[in-house]
Structures are given as C-alpha cells and as structure tokens.
Design a protein around this ligand. Sequence first.
Ligand SMILES: C[S@@+](CC[C@H](N)C(=O)[O-])C[C@H]1O[C@@H](n2cnc3c(N)ncnc32)[C@H](O)[C@@H]1O
Length: 189
Amino acid sequence: MHGHRFEAKHHKRLDSPYRRRILPPKATLERFGLKKGMAVADIGAGSGYFLISAARIVGKESKAYAVDASKEMLSVVKGKRPPSNVEMVHTDDGYSFKIDSGAVDYVIASSILHENEPVKFLKEIRRIMKPGALLLIIDWRKESLRYGPPVEERLSPEQVKEFLSKSNLKAVKTAVLNTRYYAVLAKKV
Ligand SMILES: C[S@@+](CC[C@H](N)C(=O)[O-])C[C@H]1O[C@@H](n2cnc3c(N)ncnc32)[C@H](O)[C@@H]1O
C-alpha cells in the first residue's frame, strides 16, 4: 500500500521560504555526510530543492542524477538551469532507474518513500548504490497534521527502519529535524 504521488502543478510549495528555513538543503545534506567528489542521485528530485545544493556540494567532476517519475517536474528542474553535472533521469514506473548498478555514493529520498511501495522502491535504490554508500530518507512526521500528506499515508521512523532492513539496508542514524520532518540515514553494507 502507498500514498498518492505529489502533483507537479504544486511544485512551488516545495520551495517556500519557510521550508528553506526549517529544512535548509545544503546544511542538511552536509550534516548527513554528503561530500565533494561523491556521485549522488536524488530520487523524486521534484523541483530540485535538494538536487541543486547536492550538485554544488559534490562538484562539477561528479554526477548528480535527478530522477523523477514526472516529466513535468524534470522540466521545472531544467528551467532552473541546474549545474552542468546534473543528469536528468525519467523513470516510467518509479521502480526502475536508468542508472548503472553500484554507480552512486549517496542517495537522497526526500518526501517520497510514503508515496511508494517501500520495499520495492528501496531495493531499486540499493541496486544503484556502491557498497558503503549512504541513503538519506527525509519524510513527514506522523504527528504533524496541519500540512502535508494525510497522516494515515505517513510512515514512522520505526516503519522506515523495518522497510530498510527488509531491503538489506542498515539504518545508521535517525533524527527529528523540525516540527514537520525526520531523517533516517542508511548504509548499504
Ligand atoms: C513531494 S515531492 C518531493 C520532491 C523533493 N524530493 C523535495 O523534497 O522537495 C515527490 C516527488 O517524487 C516524485 N516521485 C514519487 N514517486 C517516485 C518514484 N517512485 N520514482 C521517481 N519519482 C517519484 C514525484 O513526481 C515528485 O516530484
């Protein structure tokens, strides 16, 4: 079971000044170990909120894949003239990414896990990760009711950890980020 996918027409909501304040993309990625020289993939990159900071952090010599199931969202990213190391990857079904196995050091999956069948989705993410690569999951807290997806569609960090373990990924850190979001950092061991 999974929730509804976010509609591209609402993309501006993903880049509000309030979101930038409570979830600063560069600082969040650096806090959870993204570094220069890493190949990074943002799965469900949306309007490029994390992707553009990620592409800058890893630097021109490293790939930053923008993966999305929505062509409209990928056009939004293109319209922002992202750094030259960004490569757009459209996925038809959302469960197969046109990226080589073991190609990336770091995966970002922000506000997306609850929109998908978690284990099927995480197994495809694992496939593109190098051994030792990191996966940063950011998702909506179940407690926060005012904004975001319906509470019954949200996943708790405990549920996320269970899905990670079923997908052969090891949770290494969990943190409440603010009133809306939490993070779980996982590793391919
Ligand atoms: C709520 S938005 C979040 C965007 C971005 N990660 C952020 O935090 O600002 C979810 C995005 O993920 C995309 N998406 C959902 N499921 C997907 C999947 N299985 N594969 C690729 N993209 C997906 C949607 O099209 C949408 O652009």
